[in-house]
Design a protein around this ligand. Structure first.
Ligand code: GDG
Length: 458
């Protein structure tokens, strides 16, 4: 069996309890093959990026290799290009993209630096798996250094329609770089359709087989690999002391009320203002919900050095404040907006206490919160998931109440339907959803991707 090498912008120690499901899943695959995980350390150093080989650290059978980035490299590659250009454009937000040329230079430079530091660590029969939009050109840089290993790429965020991609000034260069990979994985069928159309119409690739494309003297295979969660790990977390304590506290505090819960990074793609407006609409038009329904919205701080993130925070705070001011009472606060990261071990307690889980992004690659919410429910008395049709997860989770988050009234009606849903229907929907997320969990995702990468086609 080939050694697995995972490359991502940040690495997480799979043994640490703060590590999320993805780190756990990749950690298991890495441990099986005595693998290597390569990425930035998260330390930003003054001046230039660190010279010399990466820092190596053992984590059980896994080797963690990290590089420190210099301030300017970090700013241009991470904040400027990855999160100031690629993130907004891939989430259909051309209006938020800042196409400053210096950002692209930094992005190229850091990808080259990654390749230079990684290449000496690679063995000829390694299987290399690169993650996400920060590292699109990495395989091209590795190939330029002579690497012939099989290299796969998985994009965690959506692929927008071709004409949106084509607005990126260097889109030809960026998308051409995909041909250095043997396999490119995306989250959903919609993403795969957009990618295919881009490759055929914009990159003028030739279609060689189903999802196999030829251009620039290379072949590229693409596929949809919807990511899942580790359902058992999440169930164990739900059963843990901290989640139980959270659940007990919320049940006591909200004994006579019904909770709606949202847990997101504070990101404009997550549709948080739209969600609060829908909740406001509910309170405005259905007075019976007043004094009864309470929305707890955890909005974990994220990318605070990118200006559009500061804007969304202010907008959300304004909306929540107005709902509380207009509808709240001495003994009832309609919205609790928590701008803090809640400990991972407590999160399932909040999910389980909620009658309704609100997952209403404007665009999302997959959205793991939707799956975690389902995994955390009590099958005998489960909460209802209200899910945006624009989350990748909506392709799989058809038994959720699917909504268009731009449609305030319809979203408010779906929340109302969720609050009023009879027990039997809640159980049936939950059972089907749980079956789905179990069958297509994170291990299934990882196995399918790696099997296809191993089999070839490139
Ligand atoms: C990208 C894609 C795709 C959130 N708040 C807190 C917290 N979280 C955890 C959730 C969940 C994770 O963060 C968020 O995952 P998502 O999938 O919702 O979203 P992104 O971070 O945008 O991830 C996305 C994903 O990659 C995987 O491919 O699904 O579409 O955008 O696990 O629970 N965790 C803790 N405290 C919080 O306050 N501990």
């Amino acid at each position: 069996m080939s050694r697995l090498v995972v490359v991502s912008n940040r690495i997480a120690d799979p043994r640490k309890s703060a590590a999320g499901g993805l780190a756990v899943a990749l950690g298991a695959a890495l441990a099986e093959t005595g693998g290597l995980w390569f990425g930035t350390s998260g330390n930003v150093v003054d001046g230039a990026s660190a010279d010399g080989p990466p820092q190596l650290q053992r984590a059980g059978r896994v080797t963690l290799a990290t590089v420190d980035l210099g301030r300017e490299d970090h700013d241009r590659y991470y904040r400027g290009y990855s999160n100031g250009v690629l993130w907004p454009v891939f989430h259909y937000r051309l209006d938020l993209a800042d196409f400053e040329a210096g950002h692209l230079d930094g992005y190229r430079r850091v990808n080259r630096l990654f390749a230079q530091r990684l290449q000496p660590l690679l063995r000829p029969d390694d299987l290399v798996w690169v993650h996400d939009y920060h590292l699109i050109p990495l395989a091209a840089e590795l190939r330029a250094l002579g690497c012939t290993q099989r290299i796969g790429f998985f994009l965690h965020i959506p692929v927008p329609p071709p004409l949106i991609l084509a607005a990126i000034p260097a889109h030809e260069w960026l998308m051409r770089a995909l041909f250095a990979y043997d396999l490119v994985g995306v989250q959903s069928q919609a993403d795969l359709t957009h990618l295919t159309r881009y490759l055929l119409n914009e990159a003028r690739a030739e279609q060689i087989g189903e999802h196999v494309f030829g251009a620039f003297n290379r072949q590229l295979r693409a596929g949809a690999f919807p990511i899942g969660i580790d359902v058992d790990e999440f169930a164990a977390l739900t059963d843990g002391a901290e989640a139980r304590e959270m659940l007990a506290t919320l049940r006591e505090q909200y004994a006579r009320r019904e909770l709606l819960a949202g847990v997101d990074r504070l990101d404009y793609s997550k549709g948080l203002p739209q969600r609060v407006r829908a909740f406001r609409h509910l309170l405005e038009h259905h007075p019976d919900a007043r004094h009864r329904a309470t929305l707890i919205q955890v909005a974990a701080p994220s990318r605070e050095d990118v200006p559009s993130y500061a804007d969304i925070r202010r907008e959300l705070e304004g909306l929540c404040g107005a709902v509380n001011g207009d509808f709240g009472d001495i003994d009832w606060m309609p919205v609790r907006h928590i701008h803090r990261t809640v400990a991972r071990r407590r999160v399932p307690g909040l999910y389980r206490a909620a009658r309704v889980g609100l997952v209403t992004p404007l665009r999302d690659g997959m959205n793991l919160v939707a799956k975690e919410f389902v995994a955390a429910q009590d099958p005998a008395d489960p909460g209802v998931l209200v899910l945006s049709r624009f989350a990748g997860a909506a392709e799989q989770m058809r038994e959720a109440l699917l909504v268009n988050p731009y449609d305030t009234q319809a979203t408010a009606e779906a929340i109302r339907a969720a609050l009023q849903m009879p027990l039997e229907e809640r159980r049936q929907r939950h059972a089907r959803l749980l079956e789905g997320i179990r069958a297509q969990d994170v291990h299934w995702w990882r196995r399918r991707f790696l099997e296809m990468l191993t089999q070839g086609g490139g």
